[in-house]
Write a protein that binds this ligand. Structure first.
Ligand SMILES: [Zn+2]
Length: 379
């Protein structure tokens, strides 16, 4: 065995650092007459990037890298492991993958001089299968292997063996977030908590909230946002409608609509585009509302979101709230029995009384409604 190769996945943004480590080790290897250290790459592929709950929020380019490192030999001996003993971090043992069973976390010592408590020591294996451990100071006198060379080679080997493309809490500069997920988050938060924009007297904008959900943030903040997501229910159809609307602006006269269309037509976007994407939600919701005029009769298919009792002198009366697939909200103050239940999907035909804005979302008040179940799954 004169060299070792290890293949592992790496994010493309981690590559320059690894390349520098390979070059440093290579200079040492060449200076001591060994083969050079090599790094071979493969084509980059998008790797899913999860948030702190394991939900994929986007992708980062990743590739498989193979690093080949020459192993210094001495009269049939080769170094197969390194142990570092730090009073603070404890004992760290790095072994060549095929020798992990041989190199164990024994108390650091040196078979050369008999010293114990050695800070850095190396495990050497002979062709005949025997092993010995040498402290950093004894490697050169006993085995003829220069310490600076060993240091550099094992720093590289350790880096290759412990490399992880996913680091919790890290936001790689190459991260691209999923456009549909960003719109789903933005839609749910806008419906549930109202749209908050910069300069609106609100510190925490909807864009920052979406960014926190996707890229992470303070634990309590993330928890409260997830609460909103749960109470908003399934907004996937509405978010899809908003994305469609964004994409339809490709040939629009407005630069804003064209930029929006460009971003929304991709599966992923750079996090810097989140503000643009999120801004589409309230615009779409207002736009979707515009064609509902007071006095007109409307037929909608909507889901009951709440049924609340109202004061009444003439019998049971309920305030029924509904939301349709485009995210429009409706309110119907009904005395018609039986009252619907939350979660029911209904075909509702009624007259528009007025539109009001609550928490940045328009609600359309309907009256004299006729309803029928809209269970499309019953065939
Ligand atoms: Zn020693």
């Amino acid at each position: 065995m004169s060299n070792m190769s290890v293949t592992f996945p790496i994010r493309t943004d981690q590559l320059p650092g690894l390349r520098r480590a390979v070059e440093r080790a290579d200079r040492q290897a060449r200076a001591h007459g060994l083969d050079c250290c090599r790094l071979t790459r493969t084509a980059a592929e998008p790797m899913q990037w999860p948030d702190c709950h394991g939900v994929p929020v986007g992708t980062v380019p990743c590739e498989d890298i193979t690093v080949t490192v020459p192993l210094p030999q001495f009269q049939g001996w080769v170094v197969i492991g390194e142990t570092e003993c730090d009073p603070e971090t404890g004992v760290t043992t790095t072994a060549l993958p095929q020798y992990t069973d041989v190199v164990t976390d024994t108390a650091p010592h040196c078979n050369g001089c008999g010293e114990t408590g050695t800070a850095t020591s190396y495990v050497l294996r002979h062709e005949d299968g025997s092993t010995m451990r040498l402290g950093a100071r004894c490697v050169e006198p006993y085995a003829g292997i220069p310490l600076p060379l060993l240091n550099e080679l094992w720093r590289l080997i350790r880096r290759c063996l412990t490399s992880e493309p996913y680091e919790p809490g890290c936001v790689p500069p190459t991260l691209r977030v999923y456009v549909d997920l960003a719109l789903e988050y933005a839609t749910a938060l806008t419906i549930e908590a109202g749209y908050a924009k910069r300069g609106g007297g609100t510190v925490w904008t909807t864009t920052e909230q979406v960014r926190t959900l996707m890229l992470g943030g303070e634990h309590e903040a993330v928890r409260s946002l997830h609460h909103h997501l749960r109470t908003a229910g399934d907004v996937t159809p509405l978010a899809a409608a908003i994305r469609q609307w964004c994409r339809r602006g490709a040939a629009d006269t407005s630069e804003y609509r064209r930029s929006l269309a460009r971003v929304a037509s991709q599966e992923t976007a750079v996090p810097a585009s989140l503000g643009l994407l999120v801004s589409a939600v309230p615009i779409y919701l207002r736009h979707a509302q515009r064609d509902l005029r007071a006095g007109e009769r409307e037929s909608i298919t909507a889901t009951v979101t709440a049924v609340d009792p109202l004061d009444s002198r003439w019998g049971p009366r309920r305030r029924i709230q509904l939301v349709d697939g485009a995210g429009r909200r409706y309110v119907w103050e009904s005395m018609t029995l039986p009252f619907p239940r939350p979660g029911q999907r209904l075909r509702v035909s009624g007259r528009v009384v007025r539109n009001t804005v609550r928490d940045g979302v328009t609600e359309t008040y309907l009256t004299r409604c006729r309803t029928a179940p809209a269970d499309s799954d019953v065939s």
